[in-house]
Design a protein around this ligand. Structure first.
Ligand SMILES: Nc1ncnc2c1ncn2[C@@H]1O[C@H](COP(=O)(O)OS(=O)(=O)O)[C@@H](OP(=O)(O)O)[C@H]1O
Length: 380
């Protein structure tokens, strides 16, 4: 079975201890124990953890209903986080998720970080209708619901300006910048900035449907030299070429092995190649290794589209917002935001052969994702 463990490393010599929530499958316990035989240095606090003999090691089991819920299991399809061995235990163990103080005192409570075309605008809008949540809308585009792009590059000064846009009142507020899921620098930057305070919502949609929706948006808004005349098949084939070329140039194996997920990280400028955006497993692993899993809720977009009021209730619960009645939720969710066009031109349709090509790239990553999240009945 897979579970969440709380890991405590004690150094009796210095009387210091380090704790982190470490999601692992039970059969990794041995690996984890043996990995303590090397010395760990926590540079931020200058604590040295030394080999067994002078250090002790303990694992406490935490369940979904446990005292501190690391695992957020909502319904059957939502976030069940159980990290596999591909996430280096060291990086998790060196993180103290519990004691880090946010650098900034005013952080938005919620970040909807993606995936792009996953239904993020609707979710943000629906949340904004809750009496205790204040949505902030961009006045200068691109569209209501995508709010003040948090940047991994913000300096302290930038941060002050950014944070000052959010109300300090008792209401909850949030940011919905969909590029953050795939920006490999954001998780650690966000954690550094906001510590445990901010919660993260992630909507994951069938990556092929996400791809097509993204393409159609570019054509609709004539972004990146796209127009209504741009053919989907042409774009797919160009992007597949550029995808493999990027991997080649960076010396990454073309066998597309998801367990080498770290190799794929930071390989592209966010949003440049729509294929990279759909490799959710890579992006999620980066988040899980750099941001506390207990503060992340991962939602299957298709489930969100199908059972919107139910999922919305689960989101309220996760954020600590009071529940709303079924009828209020139905009212709130009656409009679909950011819907693409219904009538596609012939050259905008996905050909069976192109679907196969996309599926070939996404499948191994989807499979790892399903295992990680225990999404047993999802068939993208
Ligand atoms: N409630 C509900 N039910 C069904 N479908 C829904 C819903 N909310 C959003 N959507 C679909 O999500 C797509 C837009 O996603 P985003 O808002 O995340 O797009 S963006 O990244 O902010 O541009 C867009 O998909 P496409 O229509 O395929 O483009 C929306 O139709």
């Amino acid at each position: 079975f897979q579970s969440i463990y709380k890991v405590t490393l004690n150094n009796p010599d210095t009387n210091c201890s380090l704790q982190c929530d470490c999601p692992l499958s039970s059969n990794q316990t041995t690996d984890l124990q043996s990995s303590t035989s090397s010395a760990y240095e926590v540079s931020s606090s200058a604590i040295n953890f030394v080999p067994p003999g002078s250090s002790s090691f303990s694992l406490d089991h935490y369940t979904a209903s446990g005292r501190r819920t690391t695992l957020t299991r909502l319904g059957t399809d939502l976030a069940t986080l159980s990290l596999k061995d591909s996430c280096p235990p060291e990086s998790l163990m060196l993180k103290d998720w519990t004691n880090i103080r946010p650098v900034h005192s005013s952080c938005p409570a919620v970040f909807i970080i993606g995936a792009r075309k996953g239904g993020t605008t609707s979710l943000y809008q629906y949340l904004s209708h809750h009496p205790d949540f204040e949505g902030i809308h961009l006045e200068d585009g691109p569209s209501a619901g995508e709010t003040f792009h948090f940047s991994a590059r913000y300096s302290t000064e930038n941060w002050k300006t950014y944070a000052s846009r959010f109300p300090k009142a008792s209401v909850m507020t949030g940011d919905a910048s969909v590029g953050n899921f795939i920006n490999c620098n954001v998780p650690s930057r966000l954690f550094e900035s906001c510590g445990n305070f901010s919660k993260v919502l992630i909507l994951l949609r069938n990556p092929i449907n996400r791809y097509v929706s993204n393409f159609l948006m570019r054509a609709r808004f004539k972004k990146k030299h796209y127009s209504n005349n741009t053919g989907l098949s042409t774009v797919i084939n160009l992007e597949i070429d550029s995808f493999y070329n990027t991997l080649l140039k960076k010396g990454v194996s073309l066998s597309l092995s998801p367990d080498k997920w770290e190799q794929f990280q930071c390989l592209y400028k966010p949003a440049e190649n729509m294929l990279f955006e759909g490799l959710y497993y890579i992006h999620l692993m980066n988040w899980l290794c750099n941001y506390p899993g207990s503060n992340m809720l991962i939602i299957n977009s298709e489930e969100f589209y199908k059972n919107t009021t139910f999922i919305l209730q689960q989101v309220y619960q996760f954020l600590g917002l009071s529940p709303l009645s079924e009828s209020s939720r139905e009212l709130v969710t009656s409009f679909i935001f950011n819907k693409g066009g219904n009538r596609l031109l012939p050259h905008q349709m996905l050909l069976p052969n192109d679907r196969k090509k996309l599926s070939h790239i996404f499948r191994p990553f989807n499979n790892e994702l399903f295992k990680l999240l225990e999404w047993n009945d999802v068939s993208w």
